[in-house]
Design a protein around this ligand. Structure first.
Ligand SMILES: Cc1cc2nc3c(=O)[nH]c(=O)nc-3n(C[C@H](O)[C@H](O)[C@H](O)COP(=O)(O)O)c2cc1C
Length: 326
């Protein structure tokens, strides 16, 4: 019997040396947490957002991360005898964005204190690891900094995630995938009015809708960053910095997206300059995307009675405001 193997079609594939951005997109399919690495050398402070952090060994307790050789913080991290790993909570996207910029001034905008080994520890993170610098290993355009953990502290909270160039929050797998809690399972329906069931349903429907929406976005051939940039630039011209503050994506992701859009002749203005705006062609494309989003919502709610939908929206709004003010 002939067994036909369906080889899945890759969205993109090739030699990383030919397309750096595509290679980066590939690597970003691997989800990580987000840390801020901190160190001090004399009076000088260094702090940078990092997602290359990884556990290396339990006995002895070693961790590692890699730093770009061109980073302005490299000198301090190389000279400091210690560094600290600050693992961010899912509420700390702003903190990650703050520490993805150069300069020492960022320490003025956060609460922090010196740890036992002298490296700055950020307040309100979910874990800190104070390390002594064990070894520095060459790794292409990065250096790998191996640290021996001398002191750890774990706090309550859930981690911030980073994947596909964007921030995310962790969802419990069973809450999303356990269909019996969210489907029309008759036996369960009696217990489904409990708050736990409501929470699971909300998680489940949000997961379903966003994955379907992402499929549509991918069919349009645009990344999450491009999608958000078209949305904002449709309203007003903006600097790269302002875009970063509005769309909560890494600087690199925004730079890549702007390059792609420039290549399509959809934006004008010097990249990195004070204002970037859509060209006429870009504006047309932004309107096309906006229409697609509207169609998506219409299709999604087409079979729902108008009154039911209005009630559902009212209930969701009221849940949002009650939870926010609780
Ligand atoms: C989520 C995220 C992860 C990052 N991971 C790393 C990393 O692993 N290594 C690195 O060198 N830079 C990483 N960066 C970039 C640095 O944070 C950024 O280059 C630095 O803070 C800017 O200052 P610099 O010019 O001194 O490097 C990351 C940025 C973000 C937003």
């Amino acid at each position: 019997m002939d067994i036909k193997l369906n080889t899945p079609q890759a969205i993109e594939s090739g030699d990383p040396e030919n397309d750096l951005r595509a290679f980066r997109r590939c690597l970003s399919q691997f989800a990580t947490g987000v840390t801020v690495m901190t160190a001090c050398n004399g009076q000088e402070l260094a702090g940078m957002s990092v997602n290359s952090f990884a556990a290396l060994s339990l006995e002895p307790p070693l961790v590692l991360w890699s730093i770009r050789k061109e980073s302005s913080s490299l000198d301090i991290f190389q000279k400091a005898k210690h560094y600290a790993v600050n693992i961010l909570a899912d509420t700390q996207v702003e903190l990650s964005n703050l520490f993805s910029k150069g300069g020492e001034e960022k320490f003025n905008h956060v609460a922090w204190h010196k740890g036992k080994l002298g490296a700055p520890l950020l307040d309100n993170v979910i874990c800190t690891l104070e390390c002594s610098l064990e070894n520095i290993v060459d790794g292409g355009d990065h250096l790998i900094l191996i640290g021996r953990v001398r002191h750890y502290a774990r706090y309550d909270g859930t981690p911030l995630l980073f994947y596909q160039g964007r921030y995310g929050v962790a969802n419990d797998w069973t809450a999303l995938m356990n269909k019996s809690t969210a489907s029309n399972n008759q036996q369960d329906s009696a217990s489904q009015s409990t708050p736990v069931s409501l929470l699971r349903r909300l998680h489940y429907v949000s997961h379903l809708i966003s994955s379907r929406f992402n499929t549509q976005r991918q069919q349009l051939g645009i990344s999450v960053a491009e999608f958000r940039i078209y949305g904002w630039l449709k309203l007003q011209a903006m600097s790269e910095q302002k875009l970063q503050a509005c769309i909560y994506l890494s600087q690199q992701e925004i730079k890549d997206a702007l390059q792609e859009m420039k290549g399509r002749n959809h934006i004008e203005g010097q990249l990195g300059s004070s204002k970037i705006s859509l060209t006429n062609e870009g504006l047309e494309h932004a309107r096309f995307i906006h229409q697609k989003v509207k169609n998506f919502e219409t299709n999604l709610t087409n079979n729902i009675d108008k009154n039911d939908l209005e009630t559902a929206l009212r209930v969701i709004d009221s849940l949002i405001s009650h939870t926010k003010n609780a």
